[in-house]
Design a binder for this molecule. Structure first.
Ligand SMILES: [Zn+2]
Length: 221
């Protein structure tokens, strides 16, 4: 199993191939690979991403069958079932990297901003449960902005929402906290750009990871 830094390097390299139209793992998506994985899996990374059809994790990281354990939910929010899914993969498969990946122009973020600005149409209770999880992290941004700053507001809100999900995973689970301290499990935020295809990894590396496997500088790209 790759450690967190090796897994991060692998995702970065895959994204670089994707961005430069040199994706190579499509050839691995065949019946032989599928059959080889029937007996078990060792995904190198857990990705919590948005359901948006334009952000398929395997494609943007140029990975294949069995490479990524992917959780997708609108707005890449963290509710108990997402925490449970990450706990499951990290403890069952020994995966050491968790990436929370938001993306530019996220509809869930826009819906939340519209609701906070009072321009949202009636949302169902179910949709509201997503918006309610996004809201706290973006609420404070609103108070300091002029309304015409919408583009930068959305940009900052996307990143604030990713950071909130990262914090929730780092501190909202005893099991994950234990894995972070004892095994070097790393939870990082990232943003995918619909415009460029580039995944920008955030630099907010937890202390324990800095002291353990690697220096923070290695995470800057
Ligand atoms: Zn989205």
């Amino acid at each position: 199993m790759l450690n967190a830094v090796e897994a991060l390097t692998r995702l970065r390299e895959g994204n670089r191939r994707f961005v430069t139209d040199q994706s190579s793992t499509a050839a691995l998506s065949n019946s032989a690979r599928r059959e080889a994985l029937v007996g078990g899996q060792e995904p190198c990374a857990i990705i919590l991403g948005c359901s948006d059809s334009r952000v398929p994790a395997e494609l943007v990281f140029d990975q294949s069958f069995g490479d990524l354990f992917v959780i997708r939910v609108a707005g890449n929010i963290v509710a108990p079932s997402q925490v449970g899914s990450v706990e499951f993969a990290a403890s069952r498969f020994g995966t050491r990297l968790v990436v929370v990946m938001g993306h530019t122009q996220c509809g869930a973020i826009l819906a939340t901003l519209e609701q906070l600005q009072g321009s949202a149409t009636n949302q169902s209770r179910n949709l509201r449960s997503i918006v309610d999880r996004v809201r706290p992290s973006v609420e404070t941004l609103l108070s300091s902005r002029r309304p015409q700053d919408m583009d930068s507001l959305v940009r900052d809100a996307v990143r604030a929402n990713v950071r909130a999900s990262v914090n929730h995973l780092r501190h909202g689970s005893e099991l994950l906290e234990k894995l972070i301290h004892e095994t070097g499990l790393l939870v990082v935020g990232a943003e995918y750009s619909l415009e460029t295809g580039i995944v920008d990894f955030f630099e907010n590396v937890p202390e324990s990871a800095q002291q353990g496997l690697f220096g923070a500088a290695e995470l800057r790209n």
